[in-house]
Design a protein around this ligand. Structure first.
Ligand code: MD3
Ligand code: FE
Length: 206
């Protein structure tokens, strides 16, 4: 694994995981999951998304990848980040400012995320802190250049990954979801089951 990669298996208790899912469910009132589209082609992503924080990551055909202060469909400001998240950031990120954004990705069993590098943030000196909730997923991590060697690992509910240093600039993606491997997501709110990933990001330089 590249320098700056840290996996903390089972870092969150079941109760903490449930609290985060409750916050994602509560967020639906003002910031419902929506399906973003790729720049230029307008091809829809296979994940649906929402955000917490003063800024949220969005993408659409005409505006491309960017951070916005409001939900693209409701126009509401994103809901505040739960305190558990900012506490975790302060414990793990080793950065002198709080994250502005927490992107929430919901993967149903058919969802994938292709290999990519996150470079829409000015603060590339800050780590990204990722939290896995719900079904297990195969996470793939490569190098800074396209087409290099990659390695994969399974992420489980309650795992936390810190991507700092060199790892921050590495390609990564989600190959597949393993359906039915967690009981965390309540069927009334997540009828298709699957996995929710939270990624905290510092966007602007501190
Ligand atoms: C490695 N999400 O939202 S989180 C994304 O599980 C994203 O939803 C995946 O990639 C998910 O952009 C992976 C782990 C992650 C997040 C950011 C990274 C790994 C990273 C940035 C640089 C290197
Ligand atoms: Fe990413």
């Amino acid at each position: 694994m590249p320098a700056g990669f840290r996996l903390l298996p089972g870092r969150l208790s079941r109760q903490q995981q449930e609290g985060l899912i409750d916050a994602v469910v509560a967020a639906q009132a003002t910031a419902p999951f929506w399906r973003p589209s790729m720049p230029r082609t307008g091809q829809p992503l296979s994940v649906t998304m929402t955000n917490f924080g003063s800024l949220g990551w969005v993408t659409d055909k005409h505006g491309g990848y960017r951070y916005e202060p409001a939900h693209p469909q409701t126009g509401n400001p994103w809901p505040a980040m739960p305190a558990l998240l900012t506490d975790l950031w302060q414990e793990l990120a080793d950065y002198p400012a709080l994250p502005e954004a927490c992107l929430v990705n919901w993967y149903t069993p058919e969802s994938r995320m292709g290999l990519h590098v996150d470079w829409d943030e000015a603060a590339t000196d800050a780590a990204v802190v990722s939290i896995s909730l719900g079904d297990k997923a195969r996470f793939r991590l490569g190098g800074p250049k396209r087409g290099g060697k990659t390695a994969s690992m399974v992420l489980s509910s309650g795992d936390v990954v810190v991507l700092g240093g060199e790892a921050r600039h590495c390609h990564h993606g989600i190959d597949r979801i393993y359906p039915g491997t967690s009981t965390l997501l309540p069927a009334e709110h997540f009828p298709a089951g699957g996995r929710v990933n939270l990624t905290m990001r510092r966007v602007n330089l501190a």
